[in-house]
Write a protein that binds this ligand. Structure first.
Ligand SMILES: Nc1ncnc2c1ncn2[C@@H]1O[C@H](COP(=O)(O)OP(=O)(O)OP(=O)(O)O)[C@@H](O)[C@H]1O
Length: 228
């Protein structure tokens, strides 16, 4: 469960102070999904980096299951990132020279699992996202939609507490591929196995959200629940 209170993030750009996040308060329950929709530069990526423990807020607290990520030591934070947080980066960011299965298995290295277990879990995660027929392909041999599925498998293979996705459908130009990927995300959201926070500029994806909020100039406005 995430509980954010008064989260503000300021960056210095020359003599200017940019307030990327401005007093965000947020609660997301275990197994819940929140989709944050907002235009470019509204602060979505900054919010995700702070939720993922990749950056610290200038002010405020970022509690994940009762632990404030804002004040943790770097070593405890990297442990939490490795074990509890799955991040789906904007463009997937797969390692070019590794096969799909090697890419996914690499996410398990920090968890000190045996190589045979890493291999098996990677295969299962790829099956789960519909990429089971592409285990031995390198990213260049896959189309963009399939690369996104592999990146998703890499984030969920370690069974994290939370999954954070940065514009997961951006750049998927083929409508069929984009819809198919959105179908997969929606199915996973409704399973409730992970807590999801997804930022997007894709209105069609946002319409599928169990819970939707809008980001505008660093502030978050909750929209009515669309379901349940
Ligand atoms: N490291 C940084 N240094 C300076 N300013 C930053 C930094 N990161 C973000 N910003 C600024 O903070 C604001 C919010 O940026 P952010 O990337 O979080 O928005 P966004 O909604 O994710 O937009 P986009 O989708 O275009 O990335 C912008 O004005 C941006 O220029």
């Amino acid at each position: 469960m995430y509980h954010l209170t008064g989260v503000t993030k300021c960056y210095r750009r020359g003599s200017e102070l940019v307030r990327a996040l401005d007093g965000i308060g947020l609660y997301v329950e275990d197994g819940g999904t929140l989709v944050v929709r907002g235009p470019a530069d509204s602060g979505k990526s900054t919010l995700l980096r702070i939720l993922g423990g990749l950056e610290r807020p200038t002010h405020g607290s970022v509690e994940l299951d009762g632990t404030d990520l804002a004040t943790l030591t770097e070593s405890r934070l990297s442990r939490i990132r490795a074990e509890s947080i799955g991040l789906v980066p904007r463009r997937g960011d797969l390692t070019p020279g590794l096969t799909a299965r090697q890419n996914v298995a690499s996410a398990l290295v920090p968890l000190r699992l045996r190589p045979a277990d890493r291999w098996e879990l990677a295969g299962e995660a790829l099956e789960e996202v519909g990429a089971g027929g592409r285990l031995d392909r390198i990213p260049a041999e896959l189309d963009e939609a399939m690369r996104r599925r592999v990146a998703l498998a890499r984030a969920l293979v370690k069974r994290p507490t939370v999954l954070l996705a940065d514009q997961p459908t951006a750049g998927l130009d083929d409508p069929g591929a984009r819809d198919g990927f959105a179908d997969l995300l929606e199915r996973l959201w409704w399973q409730g196995r992970f807590t999801w926070i997804v930022v997007t500029e894709d209105d069609a994806l946002a319409r599928r959200a169990p819970r939707l909020a809008t980001m505008s100039r660093g502030t978050l406005t909750a929209a009515p629940r669309t379901h349940g």
